[in-house]
Write a protein that binds this ligand. Structure first.
Ligand SMILES: [Zn+2]
Ligand SMILES: [Zn+2]
Length: 426
């Protein structure tokens, strides 16, 4: 968080201490006053700029929203929070949000706030903003701290409001421990009971779409018994566009292997689109040889939430019974190509073993044409772990060549010998 005025730190901390210990009775009767008002301000700003008494918040669940317009993750979270906020307001829920700005100047604050339907601490009240940030240990933004009405216990304060709103939307309300435990239980049940039908069909649609304009409807029921990949991507997503040709090539290879071996479960992929308009959706899907959910279908959001898809591209793999096999299809494709099929634990264990075996024959260090330092062979157990290959820009894990000096890391298969330089054998 960026705040000006370094030497004010101590003063403000001591003010907070006075506020929370000096006048204990008053604090407990009006917790929001002590947090959100100051000695010469008992109001917050409404979206229209009018004053709203802090005391009006009593009885509400309040989200303190630390955010700034100069940071894109904040700008991206804004519409998500707005959406949940408007829905909760429409259903008369006692929820309120208070924006605690980390904007750099008043005009940035005003323009950012114009996109927010909730209250704000005036920009000029640097001290209150700073004190709140201190009190709740806000280290990164966006941050949404949830306070319960009348709750005075530290353990009732939730700090991961951003993640909860992303994950559960309005379902998370009223953000109590009990509600969250209930949601986790429900989620677990949903995963245990998941089938192709309840994942992919809706009350008015029991099919997916292929490429043919009239006969392109493929019944969801016909997928039962296949291994299914859900491909979350969008044309605006550069890594998605880069990964797509690779996935297409692997898809064809898997299909080929299956055609050679009767009895092996069939494979299919469904495109789950986050495209912003139909034209980009259509032109992106035109590249893909598999099926799709209709553009803008409500199931798309539901699936992203169900599988907690935080970034795209993402390949979730489902088994022939509809249960989740892995959410890491993308990195498994990068690591093992078509050999990863059918992505099951049994399959992966044997691939890991094979890879460990092969790694025994690899040089302990390499000089790679793309890097000036010597690279060292690492694995999960020896300083390796999930990485992005600096050569092919794709995800990797397990065995890799890593520069111990600067962290440069590549897949073992991506190493190209540097001008015939000698390598140190095992
Ligand atoms: Zn690579
Ligand atoms: Zn290096």
């Amino acid at each position: 968080m960026k705040f000006e005025g370094g030497d004010e730190d101590d003063k403000i901390i001591s003010q907070v201490e006075v506020a929370s210990s000096g006048d204990a009775e008053k604090v407990s009767s009006s917790r929001f006053m002590s947090l959100l008002a100051s000695k010469d301000r008992d109001y917050l700003l409404s979206p229209t700029g009018s004053q709203v008494k802090v005391s009006d918040l009593e009885g509400h669940v309040v989200g303190l929203y630390f955010s700034a317009n100069w940071y894109s993750p904040c700008r991206n979270f804004n519409p998500v929070l707005s959406n949940a906020y408007e829905q909760l307001k429409a259903s008369q829920s006692n929820f309120e949000v208070v924006f605690v700005s980390a904007d750099e100047d008043l005009s940035a604050f005003n323009s950012y706030r114009s996109s927010m339907p909730w209250l704000a601490i005036p920009f000029s009240d640097l001290q209150s903003k700073k004190a709140l940030s201190h009190k709740f240990d806000v280290e990164g933004i966006p941050c949404l701290i949830i306070l319960q009405p009348g709750g005075h216990k530290e353990e009732e304060v939730l700090r991961d409001g951003v993640e909860l709103v992303h994950r559960y939307g309005v379902e998370a309300f009223p953000f109590t421990r009990e509600r969250l435990e209930e949601l986790e239980r429900e989620e677990k049940e949903k995963h245990e009971n998941q089938t192709f039908t309840n994942l992919l069909s809706s009350h008015d649609r029991d099919y997916l779409l292929g490429h043919h304009p009239t006969t392109g409807q493929v019944p969801v029921a016909s997928l039962v018994g296949k291994t299914l990949g859900l491909f979350f991507s969008a044309q605006w997503c550069l890594p998605g566009m880069k990964f797509t040709p690779k996935l297409i090539s692997i898809y064809h290879k898997i299909k080929h292997v299956i055609s050679q071996r009767p009895g092996v479960e069939d494979f299919e992929i469904v495109y789950v689109s986050s495209d912003r308009d139909r034209a980009s959706f259509d032109s992106y899907f035109a590249l893909m040889p598999w099926l799709k959910l209709p553009f803008g279908d409500p199931k798309i959001r539901a699936l992203a939430r169900h599988f907690d898809v935080q970034s795209i591209p993402c390949l979730v793999v489902l088994g022939p019974d509809g249960k989740t096999v892995t959410k890491h299809g993308r990195s498994l494709i990068n690591l093992y190509g078509e050999d990863a099929y059918p992505f099951t634990e049994v399959r992966l264990e044997s691939l890991h073993r094979q890879m460990d075996e092969e790694a025994k024959g690899l040089p302990k260090s390499e000089l790679h044409a793309g890097h000036r330092h010597e690279l060292t062979l690492v694995s999960d157990g020896t300083g390796g772990g999930p990485f992005i290959c600096c050569d092919c820009d794709e995800q990797g894990s397990g065995w890799a060549y890593q520069c111990l000096e600067c962290g440069y890391e590549v897949h073992t298969k991506c190493v190209r010998a540097a001008g015939g330089a000698s390598t140190v054998g095992p």
